[in-house]
Write a protein that binds this ligand. Structure first.
Ligand code: NDP
Ligand code: MG
Length: 387
């Protein structure tokens, strides 16, 4: 029996992970499940899977969680420290699927106990890539990518000489506003931005797909995880979302990962790694699909991609500034305080004004230092928005 913990169990990735575990429950012992506001789902899953511990991120919801678990014998806890304790409980495999930089500390705690970390939380590598990799190395822990593009690259690299990699190509659907006139983007609504042409995901990553901030995070994530240089990473718009990524080698070969847009593939690959096991995903009918299209992203439509290049060139804490600015700008967009197109303007301003792109913030990355830059940036955005 493998001992597994799921951080962010009530979210889109967390629920897909539980869907796979539910199919062979005898193979897994669930140690801890964590959630945020969705107490009913958290308690229901903790009971169904016989978890030892259920944790909500929100201290104010602890009594609700206790009430929902009453009589089950499952321990309940709440707050950021409790999330870290849940991640540090001995487990073989931990899914990191909290949304945002809040996932960083629990992910580090899971690596600290030597668990295999299935990493969906891309913000961890964006804000603290060197710290994540060093922590994994120190504790002999393994990080497996769950983001579909990174899982695709990882799979294309199996058995290959990393030194023979020339480039990687990460595909992007183009998001909700791929075909909208540019002049409309200042006025699109939160509801419109919360739809995705191909993938069914949490609201925040769906809006980030429309703005391509999601792709921007993924480019930085790929640089960190696969130790690439910025010019080795290319982004192409591929409306069908069928090829998730390609790896180009020095001999001119391109290895593509092809599959349906279903996160249970990448999650299942990380769950079964290094084996491949049957998964309940659709089998592609390529003849029915007929064609696959690719084109370069329009820089005017997707300014987030150029900002990601700035971050990769600057290094240091610019990833923490970029991510915090993106998260806070997104909060303001969802709350209706700023328009869709203003998000990238705000993030660009933060990179200039808070620092991280001009030699500042290049000191060693620690959990505390990421927290400091994150706090500074959010404060800066709030000041601009309320001015
Ligand atoms: P969701 O919004 O669906 O779920 C997020 C999870 O995190 C929920 O369990 C939520 O709890 C919990 N949560 C929210 N805020 C906090 C907090 N401050 N502290 C602790 N827990 C919190 O997100 P997704 O599942 O879509 O995404 C999760 C991560 O995986 C993100 O980093 C995303 O970028 C990445 N990812 C997602 C993909 C997808 O297909 N969804 C694909 C590739 C990567 P609750 O809902 O109970 O409030
Ligand atoms: Mg992705």
């Amino acid at each position: 029996m493998r001992r597994v913990t799921i951080l962010g169990a009530t979210g889109s990735i967390g629920q897909n992970t539980l869907d796979l575990i539910r199919r062979t429950p005898e193979a897994y012992q669930v140690v801890a499940l964590t959630g945020g506001q969705n107490i009913a789902q958290l308690a229901q899953d903790a009971c169904e899977f016989g978890a030892e511990l259920a944790v909500t991120a929100d201290r104010a919801r602890l009594s609700d969680l206790r009430a929902a678990l009453d009589g089950s014998g499952i321990a309940a806890a709440a707050g950021p420290e409790a999330l870290i304790e849940a991640a540090a409980r001995p487990a073989d495999w931990v899914m990191s699927a909290i949304v945002g930089v809040a996932g960083l500390a629990p992910g580090l705690a899971a690596l600290g106990q030597g668990a295999t970390l299935a990493l969906a939380n891309k913000e961890s590598l964006v804000t603290a890539g060197p710290l994540m990799l060093a922590t994994a190395a120190k504790h002999d822990a393994t990080i497996l990518p769950v983001d579909s593009e990174h899982s695709a690259i990882f799979q294309a690299l199996v058995g290959e000489d990393r030194g023979a990699v020339e480039r990687v190509v990460i595909t992007a659907s183009g998001g909700a506003f791929r075909d909208r006139p540019l002049s409309d983007l200042a006025h699109v609504t939160v509801a419109e931005a919360s739809t995705h042409p191909n993938w069914d995901m949490g609201q925040r990553i769906t809006i980030d797909s429309a703005s391509m901030f999601n792709k921007a995070l993924e480019v930085i994530e790929a640089k960190e995880f696969f130790c690439l240089t910025p010019d080795q990473i290319e982004v192409l718009v591929h409306p069908q979302s069928t090829i998730h990524a390609l790896v180009g080698f020095v001999d001119g070969a391109l290895m593509a990962h092809v599959g349906p847009p279903d996160m249970r593939h990448a999650i299942g690959y990380a769950l079964n790694w290094p084996a491949r096991r049957a998964l309940p995903v659709e089998r592609l009918d390529l003849a029915a699909l007929g064609r696959l299209d690719f084109h370069h992203p329009d820089p005017a439509r997707y300014p987030a991609l150029a900002l990601a290049r700035q971050v990769m060139e600057a290094g240091g804490h610019s990833g923490a500034v970029f991510n915090a600015a993106k998260e806070r700008a997104l909060d303001h967009f969802i709350a209706g305080r700023i328009g869709f197109a203003a998000m990238s303007d705000l993030v660009a301003r933060c990179l200039e004004e808070v620092g991280g792109v001009s030699g500042q913030g290049c000191d060693t990355i620690t959990l505390e230092s990421v927290g400091r830059w994150d706090h500074l940036t959010r404060h800066h955005i709030d000041r601009i928005v309320s001015a």
